[in-house]
Design a protein around this ligand. Structure first.
Ligand SMILES: [Zn+2]
Length: 257
């Protein structure tokens, strides 16, 4: 089951569970253009994408991956997309990481991801790619930090920034070496006066404050400050504990994700 919210005639967002027996949810969005639609991230289950595709009004659609983390791109085979767009660095992840992650998760959760077929992007870019939607445009930019293939999508006509996991209640640090770049990217987007709304990969449609909070958090950990967990949920407390260890603020072994 997905929870859908129509923001306006051109922009629909949805949330769905992405892990068995957990309340964790992942976001997706549909952007309606004149001749075709774009789906920003495709959930983790094809059945969720199938349900969300009712809002595509049978138009041709392309999917865009904010990054190749499994919870954002395993639902793609739930709809026959004409193209799948992502950052060039995602290709390596589709080749080497995702097949083994899928195998592992299928073993651990019987029936969990039964009909999942990995759909590798067929259109990739490095720095920037603009999609002409007819009434407006969708600009895709690299946003390295959370992962090496993270991107953001910006709609200048609306001031909406689609973020994947580049912005999150507690940002998930995978590689501490990427954090300086992450900070740099956050800083340049925080400075922009044309960003009005921010749509993260998890959680509600919000505004720039999430970027400011993420910047302060990542900057604090870079300075080895012992920060409190920004959010009081079991999941994010664990993320925070792992972040502290990864950034060398506290010593200890990270939990296996
Ligand atoms: Zn995610």
């Amino acid at each position: 089951m997905i929870r859908t919210t129509h923001i306006d005639d051109f922009f629909t967002i949805a949330q769905a569970d992405f892990f068995p027996n957990e309340k964790l949810q992942v976001n997706s969005a549909i952007l309606k253009g004149r001749d075709y639609c774009v789906v920003w991230d495709t959930f983790s289950y094809p059945r969720n994408m199938m349900e969300f595709s009712q809002h595509l009004e049978k138009k041709t659609a392309m999917a865009v991956y904010s990054h190749a983390d499994w919870d954002h791109c395993w639902g793609t085979c739930g709809y026959p997309f004409e193209h799948v767009v992502a950052h060039t660095n995602s290709l390596d992840r589709f080749e080497n990481e995702l097949p083994s992650t899928l195998k592992k998760m299928r073993n651990e959760h019987a029936n969990g991801w039964k009909g999942v077929k990995l759909i590798t992007p067929d259109v990739t870019f490095d720095e920037k790619l603009t999609i002409d939607m007819g009434y407006y445009s969708l600009e895709l930019y690299q946003f390295r930090g959370h992962t090496s293939d993270s991107i953001v999508g910006f709609i200048p006509e609306w001031g909406v920034l689609l973020g994947g996991d580049s912005f999150e209640a507690v940002p998930v640090i995978n590689d501490p070496a990427e954090v300086p770049l992450w900070l740099h990217n956050l800083e340049s987007w925080i400075k922009r006066s044309d960003v009005k709304k921010v749509f993260p990969g998890h959680g509600s449609l919000t505004d720039k404050t999430i970027m400011v909070k993420n910047y302060e958090y990542l900057q604090g950990l870079s300075e080895k400050k012992m920060l409190p967990a920004p959010v009081d949920s079991k999941f994010y407390q664990q993320v925070h504990t792992d972040n502290l260890k990864k950034m060398g603020v506290v010593l200890g072994k990270q939990s296996k994700s």
